[in-house]
Design a protein around this ligand. Structure first.
Ligand code: CDP
Length: 244
């Protein structure tokens, strides 16, 4: 993967350029919720809780043709070394919206007119890639809640540091930490069956051929992530089945 002319020759944590940080996923972490899950990559941890479908208030916001998905993303005050101010801000509102768009592309709420399904994503620990970790957690929490989905979604951050494409940037790599060309961060969400791009954001500079390569890298990595998500769902089904 490393290119001859690359200035970024070795990753700070020793990973290969196409290697994700250790991933874990767990389903059913909040038993009182309709659905819940956690998803971790290295030092980034996300939890997602699903409530609904329930009748949407105020009534004028209801849609008689379908239910509505509402996503709220937030970083906990202690999630990074500088305390995060509680409550919404521009960044959290943007991430809530883009996560909602990505999840909306696979969720089908047509059976539940006039209702809302709330997805609460919280980040207790952040080391870059929190929006993709949040989307991964939310997708499995929605499946756990039994919300009809056309397919799953898996998400990963890919990027470019100087001239090298890398997967799953940590905070060190996400920052402009040296004098090279700097780092480009590209969160990508891929649908599980049709392999469509449900979300792609781009923070930095990249050429069209490099972007195509980065998308291929994201697709390949999302296959790995999907396996972890599906395994967590199967484990939860097995243990919840035993309790019944
Ligand atoms: O987390 P994600 O990569 O999706 O979004 P970002 O806005 O590119 O943030 C990258 C990282 O910067 C976060 O994951 C945190 O580790 C860090 N961050 C921070 O330290 N303080 C903030 N107020 C926001 C983000």
């Amino acid at each position: 993967m490393a290119k001859e002319k690359s200035l970024y020759l070795k990753r700070n944590d020793g990973r290969k350029f196409d290697e994700v940080r250790p991933i874990t996923a767990k389903v059913g972490i909040v038993p009182s919720a309709d659905g819940s899950a956690s998803f971790e990559t290295g030092g980034t941890k996300a939890i997602a809780v699903v409530r609904g479908p329930r009748t949407l208030h105020p009534q004028h916001k209801q849609d008689p043709r379908t239910g509505i998905l509402r996503v709220s993303y937030g970083m906990m005050p202690f999630s990074v070394t500088d305390r995060i101010r509680p409550g919404p801000n521009r960044r959290s509102e943007e991430i809530s919206k883009v996560s909602e768009w990505a999840l909306n592309s696979v969720v089908d709420l047509s059976e539940f007119p006039n209702t809302v399904v709330d997805v609460f994503i919280q980040i207790p620990q952040a080391d870059a890639g929190t929006r993709v970790a949040g989307i991964n957690a939310a997708a499995i929490a929605l499946a756990h809640a039994g919300i009809p989905m056309k397919e799953m979604v898996s998400a990963i951050g890919v990027g470019k540091i100087d001239k090298t494409l890398v997967v799953d940037l940590d905070k060190y790599e996400d920052s402009d930490f040296h004098d090279g060309e700097g780092s480009t961060d590209i969160p990508v969400v891929i649908t599980s069956r049709t392999k469509k791009i449900a979300l792609l954001q781009l923070d930095g500079k990249i050429s069209v051929p490099e972007l195509k390569e980065a998308i291929e890298l994201a697709k390949k990595t999302c296959e790995e992530i999907l396996k972890v998500q599906m395994k967590a769902l199967k484990e939860a089904n097995r243990s919840e089945g035993k309790k019944k």
